[in-house]
Design a protein around this ligand. Structure first.
Ligand code: TYD
Ligand code: MG
Length: 451
C-alpha cells in the first residue's frame, strides 16, 4: 500500500515544506512545523469549462460606487471597515477567546436585519439556543436573523449557494472542517482550505463573509498569520479582560485605511460604542493627587487623553522594584535613568510604579513627558494643576523632542476643557492662535518650575 503523503506547515505563517524544519524560513520562528496529510484535490478537467466565461474588464467599466458599501449600523465598526461592508469581501475578525467577537458580530447582524438585509450567522461553537439567549440579552432583538449551527463547510457552502444571503458570519474558522482534508479542525491545513473555499464563495457569489478567528500563541490552533494574506481585511478586537473597554483595530484593509480604531465598552447588555474615548478614559481621575498626569496619545488617527499615574517610594529591597502597566517596561526604566542622571535625583533607592489608568496599552513615545512628570510629581510630593496636559518624547540627554500630530492632540485637550498644554518647544512654532495656553519646553529640567 502506498504511504499516505504528508506535508509540513508552519503554524505561524503557513510556510509549506516537504520535510520538517527547526526554523521556519518564512517567519524565522523556531519549532513551529507540524506534519499534516496532503489535502486531496478534486480531479482536474473543469478548467476548460471555466475559461468560457472569463473575459477581462476595462478599468473604466468597473464601478467603485461608495454606495455599494453596506452600513453595519455600528458607527465605530463602519469607521474601521473604511465606511461599511464591501460587497463580496472577506473579513477576518481576530482576537483572544472571550474578548467579545461573537457579541460584536451578532450585534452587527441584528442591525443589518433591522435594515432588511439577508444575513446568515453560522456558529460552530454555540447551539442555536445559546445564540438566541445571547441575542435576547442584546437590546434590539431581531427574529428574522437566520442561524445555523454547523461545522461541516461542505454543508455550509451548499446552503449558502442555495439561500444566497448577502452577508454571512462564520464563527469560528477553527471549528470548521472540509471533508476532503483529513486533518482535524483548527489545523493549518483545514484553516487554509476552509478559508480558500470561503474566499471563492465571497468573490464568486458576491457575498460578504466575516470570519471569526481565535488568536492563540501556542497549541494546535493555526496562527492568525496563516489567514492574513488570504483575506481582504483583518481586524483585531483587543482589550484588557479586566477592563471593560475594547478596541477594534484594522491591521490590513484592502478597502480603507489601517489607521482607524473603534472603541467599545462591554456592558451586561452587550457592546456599546464609545464615541468620546477621552471622556471614558479620564473617568474617575483623582483630583489633587500626587503622581497623576493627563497625557494625549494618538491611536490610529484619533487623539485619546489618558491618565498616567506614578508612585515613587523608598525601597526596602536591595534591588528597587519597578513595574509598568499599560506601557513599555523598558521605556519606564530608561526614563528613570534619564531623570536620575539629568536631574540628579536619587531614584536608585526608590521603588517606582507606573500605570496608564483604564487598562489601555500605549507604546507611543509621546507619552514620555507625562511619565517623567508623573514620576517627578510623586517623588517630590507636588500636585500638578488639574487643568494641565502633557505630551512629548524624552531623549537620553533629557531633551524634549517633537511629536507628530501635535495640533490634533492640542485640539483634543481643548475639547476636553484643559487650560494649559505642556509640549515640545519645536511643536509650538506650528501652532498659532490656540484657545489654550501652550508651554513649550526644551528639556525636562524645565518641568521642575511647573510644579
Ligand atoms: P464573546 O462574544 O462570546 O467572546 P468571543 O466570541 O470573542 O470568544 O464574549 C464573551 C464575553 O463577553 C463573556 O465573558 C461575557 C461577556 N459579555 C458581556 O459582558 N455582556 C454581554 O452582553 C455579552 C453577550 C457578553
Ligand atoms: Mg465566540
Amino acid at each position: 500500500m502506498a504511504k499516505a503523503k504528508t506535508i509540513f506547515y508552519c503554524k505561524e505563517c503557513g510556510f509549506e515544506s516537504s520535510k520538517w524544519l527547526g526554523q521556519c524560513p518564512g517567519c524565522k520562528c523556531w519549532d513551529v512545523f507540524v506534519e499534516e496529510p496532503v489535502a486531496k484535490k478534486t480531479s482536474g478537467g473543469t478548467r476548460t469549462t471555466i475559461l468560457g466565461n472569463v473575459k477581462p474588464s476595462k478599468l473604466a467599466e468597473i464601478s467603485t460606487d461608495e454606495t455599494d458599501r453596506v452600513k453595519t449600523g455600528i458607527h465605530e465598526f463602519d469607521r474601521v471597515l473604511g465606511g461599511g461592508i464591501v460587497v463580496g469581501s472577506l473579513v477576518l475578525v481576530g482576537g483572544d477567546p472571550g474578548i467579545g467577537k461573537s457579541t460584536l458580530l451578532l450585534q452587527m447582524c441584528q442591525h443589518l436585519v433591522e435594515g432588511k438585509r439577508d444575513v446568515l450567522y453560522v456558529s460552530g461553537e454555540e447551539s442555536l439556543r445559546q445564540i438566541k439567549m445571547r441575542a435576547e440579552r442584546l437590546h434590539n432583538y431581531q427574529g428574522d436573523l437566520k442561524l445555523l449551527s454547523e461545522t461541516n463547510l461542505n454543508v455550509i457552502e451548499e446552503l449558502i449557494r442555495r439561500e444566497k444571503p448577502e452577508i454571512v458570519i462564520i464563527d469560528s474558522i477553527q471549528t470548521m472542517f472540509k471533508e476532503e482534508v483529513s486533518s482535524s479542525p483548527g489545523s493549518v491545513g483545514q484553516v487554509r482550505e476552509v478559508t480558500s473555499a470561503l474566499m471563492h464563495l465571497a468573490k464568486g457569489q458576491g457575498i460578504s463573509i466575516f470570519i471569526v478567528g481565535h488568536v492563540t500563541k501556542e497549541g494546535t490552533v493555526a496562527g492568525p498569520r496563516v489567514l492574513e494574506h488570504m483575506v481582504d481585511t483583518v481586524l483585531y478586537f483587543e482589550g484588557d479582560n479586566q477592563a471593560s473597554y475594547r478596541m477594534l483595530r484594522a491591521v490590513k484593509n484592502r478597502f480603507g485605511s489601517t489607521n482607524e480604531v473603534g472603541v467599545f465598552e462591554m456592558r451586561s447588555e452587550g457592546l456599546r460604542e464609545v464615541s468620546n474615548p477621552s471622556e471614558f478614559m479620564l473617568n474617575g481621575k483623582p483630583e489633587g493627587a500626587f503622581g497623576s498626569v493627563v497625557a494625549c496619545s494618538i491611536e490610529g488617527t484619533r487623539p485619546i487623553l489618558v491618565e498616567v499615574q506614578a508612585l515613587v517610594s523608598q525601597t526596602y529591597y536591595n534591588m528597587p522594584r519597578r513595574t509598568a502597566a499599560g506601557t513599555d517596561y523598558n521605556r519606564v526604566n530608561l526614563l528613570l535613568a534619564v531623570i536620575e542622571k539629568r536631574l540628579g535625583l536619587q531614584l536608585s533607592s526608590c521603588d517606582a510604579y507606573v500605570n496608564v489608568a483604564g487598562g489601555m496599552m500605549i507604546r507611543e513615545p509621546a507619552l514620555d513627558l507625562s511619565i517623567v512628570t508623573a514620576l517627578l510629581s510623586s517623588y517630590k510630593s507636588r500636585v500638578l494643576d488639574s487643568s494641565m496636559i502633557f505630551f512629548g518624547e524624552v531623549g537620553l540627554t533629557g531633551e524634549v523632542r517633537g511629536v507628530n500630530q501635535a495640533e490634533q492632540r492640542v485640539m483634543e485637550a481643548v475639547k476636553m476643557g484643559f487650560k494649559v498644554c505642556v509640549l515640545p518647544e519645536v511643536n509650538v512654532k506650528n501652532l498659532e492662535n490656540m484657545p489654550i495656553k501652550l508651554i513649550g519646553i526644551k528639556s525636562i529640567k524645565e518641568l521642575m518650575s511647573l510644579m
